[in-house]
Design a protein. Structure first.
Length: 342
């Protein structure tokens, strides 16, 4: 086999030992092979020491005695048979680990996919609805807290931009505790929290307030902080704590009342605070918050008044108060309530 001497010019002893041609011919007496290695050393003298070291290693390897087993073929077979069960168990264990690893990897991939889909879905418009008779408390992305009253809807975009105001849209009634984000002595547009309700927009900072939008009337009651009420027609009013701003859509009229804070907040405690309120106000709660239709046999009942606290946890509790304080007969038939004289 003719070799190219140049391939060996950078070889070290380990490279020569690993070379098939070197191992087969170096210590052989073939004249042609002897001449090749002599010519290689004359061409590249620097490999002479590496070849000599490789020769020594080959010599040492050839001096090693050949291992001979003391077992005959039968004894070797018996040893293999004894080792087979242990080997099979080991292989089965490896297969189980592989299968389990593949299964857990698939489960992990599915969970990651579900999580990613959930995260992506959460980036869009978020809508929270409450059913009749249901109240719900929720945290917004900025850690503001909203208590949503029965038969209400709150909508917002989760991916609030850092350079834009935080905005939500409300239908029904909700109590807000807005987190204050403005730094002292600095107020920017993105510090505002804006509630869109009907035709009105409420611009607030860190504030506690209640918003109610029922029957073409919007009521905004401020407990703490400051709320600016605006609309497209140029309306602008800044509420002070303790004030209630009322807007009538039909009449396009607004008025400001005071001392309604306890009444506006009472529903968050599962109560309805009534101070000389008419029966018509309680009927609105039965219809708007609990989804009942109410039939009055005598319209004069609407002007009857009562004072006190009515529990809002159950419809039957409300009807019990009406029945015994106003001395009226009340029949409940499914989702219909009939009020009559006794």
């Amino acid at each position: 086999m003719v070799q190219d001497p140049s391939r060996y010019k950078a070889f070290k002893a380990a490279d020569f030992l690993a070379d098939e041609y070197f191992a087969a011919t170096r210590l052989a007496k073939n004249v042609e092979d002897v001449r090749f290695w002599e010519s290689l050393i004359s061409l590249y003298p620097e490999v002479a020491a590496e070849i000599e070291l490789a020769d020594q290693w080959i010599g040492l390897l050839r001096q090693q005695p050949v291992f001979k087993s003391s077992l005959n073929n039968e004894a070797r077979w018996q040893r293999m048979k004894q080792a087979l069960p242990s080997y099979e168990k080991q292989q089965n264990r490896r297969h189980m680990i592989r299968r389990y690893s593949r299964w857990t990897a698939r489960v992990a991939a599915v969970l990651v996919s579900v999580f990613m889909l959930y995260e992506v879905s959460q980036m869009g418009a978020q809508v929270t609805n409450t059913a009749y008779g249901e109240r719900r408390s929720m945290h917004l992305p900025d850690e503001s807290i909203v208590q949503l009253n029965s038969n209400s809807k709150l909508k917002y975009v989760r991916d609030w931009k850092s350079d834009k105001p935080r905005e939500v849209w409300l239908e029904g009634e909700a109590n807000f505790h807005v987190k204050h984000t403005a730094v002292k002595n600095r107020l920017r547009e993105d510090d505002y929290f804006i509630v869109h309700v009907g035709e009105l927009s409420l611009k607030v900072l860190g504030t506690k307030f209640n918003v109610k939008d029922r029957r073409n009337r919007i009521e905004i009651t401020l407990f703490e902080g400051s709320v600016q009420v605006d609309n497209a027609a140029g309306l602008q009013y800044v509420l002070k704590p303790g004030e209630t701003f009322m807007y009538d859509r039909i009449k396009d009229e607004e008025q400001v009342l005071v001392d309604k804070s306890k009444e506006a907040l009472s529903w968050t405690h599962g109560e309805m605070l009534v101070e000389h309120q008419k029966l018509s106000d309680i009927i609105e709660v039965l219809e708007d918050n609990f989804g009942y239709s109410v039939e009055l046999k005598d319209s004069s009942f609407l002007n009857r008044r009562l004072s006190g606290v009515i529990p809002l946890t159950k419809v039957d509790d409300i009807l019990f108060v009406i029945r015994h304080t106003m001395d009226l007969k009340i029949d409940k038939q499914g989702k219909k309530i009939i009020i009559n004289t006794k």
